[in-house]
Design a protein around this ligand. Sequence first.
Ligand SMILES: O=C(O)[C@H]1NCC[C@@H]1O
Length: 345
Amino acid sequence: MPFSRSLTVVGCHSEGEVGDVITGGVLDVPGDTMYDKLVHFQTKKDDLRKLLLNEPRGRSSINTNLVLPACDPRADAGFLIMESEEYAPMSGSNTICTTTVLLETGMIPMKEPITEVTLDTAAGLVTVTAECEAGKCKSVEFDNVASFVFELDYKVMVPGIGQVSVDIAYGGMMYLLVDTGSLGLMVDNQQSPQLIETGERIKRAVEAAYTPIHPENPRIKGFSVLVFTEPLRIEDGCKVAANATVVSPGRFDRSPCGTGTSARLAVLHARGQIEEGEIFKHRSIIGTEFVSRIRGTTKVGEYAAILPTVKGRAWITSFKQVVLDSTDPFPEGFRVGDQWHMPPN
Ligand SMILES: O=C(O)[C@H]1NCC[C@@H]1O
């Protein structure tokens, strides 16, 4: 066979966001922690992420997860999250997809009605509780890592827009949160091009002025994602908000974004707008929902932090064998500006 790579991949999406899972074809790599393994892939084996996420095998709006043995003996499995521009330390939609694939394919035995799984991620241990019935994960709830606010109402001058006020928070990835109404915009699919362009511009302007650094793992630094927020509303007695999450290089998260939901909960708590135990439903650009709450509080370095719990669903979409022909001229794929937001030179 002329193939230089052959990978077993289970296709999956969580509330619309694709989080495919590599279940075979990649050997474990050295590293004492999952973050060390993340760095190994980032610096020595980034061709795998590019092969799967770039065209022609991928597209701008997908993620791929790699299941690996856990480093922490308390965990059932480890996994690394590959996104278009980075390896995310943690991700909500990808945790829900990975858990669903691990349980529905029998890589970890499913126990009905509830299966508890501990996953080792680059951001730390994450406990997951899946509601299971007839071989299917009906919902997946994860106890995310401690989330906290770096800055509320940080002011930045954005070329072509003017002064913008942003909140800066960590929810497993580094977030910028911007009130959509403050820019005269709305969370609305019709406004997508404007939201994407504005979001990427704000991100670049804040990046030039501020670098958030995780106090307990300084290797986690710099911004990943921007969330356009809408004010809280009350629906059937619950706090609800829509969001549009701009993932670089400039596309929307199709899910409500689990780490973004965690960052939003940290901001809402810091502003006194939500209390421990209250339900917060976060809606995506396509109207899908994650249900979340604050399960406790803690500290991360000097920062007051919350412990977020987020619940959503995922569905397997395919079982595929992805190959690289050794004569393929694009072993790391390519990007084209009609589908990919190309950053300015
Ligand atoms: O759910 C999340 O946390 C995310 N979805 C894709 C981008 C983020 O990782």
